[in-house]
Design a protein around this ligand. Structure first.
Ligand code: SF4
Ligand code: SF4
Length: 81
C-alpha cells in the first residue's frame, strides 16, 4: 500500500505532465487543491488514484512493488525541488 504524507507537492506540479492539463490553469496548481487538501477527494480523477491507476495502466508493465517504489521516488524528487 502506498503511504502519502499529504505534502501536496504532486498537486502543485501538474504542469509537468500533459495528463493533468484539465486540472489546472497553466500554473501547475490543481484548481481542486484547497488548504493543501483535495476538495474532491472522493471523486478525484483516475490519474490521481494510485491503486486504480496501477490496475488501469501499469499492471502489465510493472510489479505493484516496483510501481509503488517509482511513486515514492517521484514524491522525493518533487519535495527536493
Ligand atoms: S507528493 Fe507524494 S507524499 Fe506528497 S502529497 Fe503527493 S503523493 Fe503524497
Ligand atoms: S484532483 Fe485532488 S488529488 Fe488530483 S491533483 Fe487535484 S487536488 Fe490533487
Amino acid at each position: 500500500m502506498f503511504i502519502c504524507d499529504k505534502c501536496g507537492q504532486c498537486c502543485r506540479n501538474l504542469h509537468k505532465s500533459p495528463i493533468y492539463d484539465e486540472l489546472h490553469n497553466g500554473d501547475g496548481i490543481c484548481k481542486f487543491l484547497k488548504e493543501n487538501e483535495c476538495s474532491i477527494y472522493e471523486t478525484r480523477p483516475l490519474v490521481c488514484r494510485i491503486d486504480e491507476s496501477y490496475e488501469a495502466f501499469f499492471k502489465d508493465k510493472l510489479s505493484y512493488e516496483e510501481y509503488i517504489q517509482l511513486n515514492y521516488e517521484c514524491c522525493k524528487l518533487l519535495k527536493e525541488k
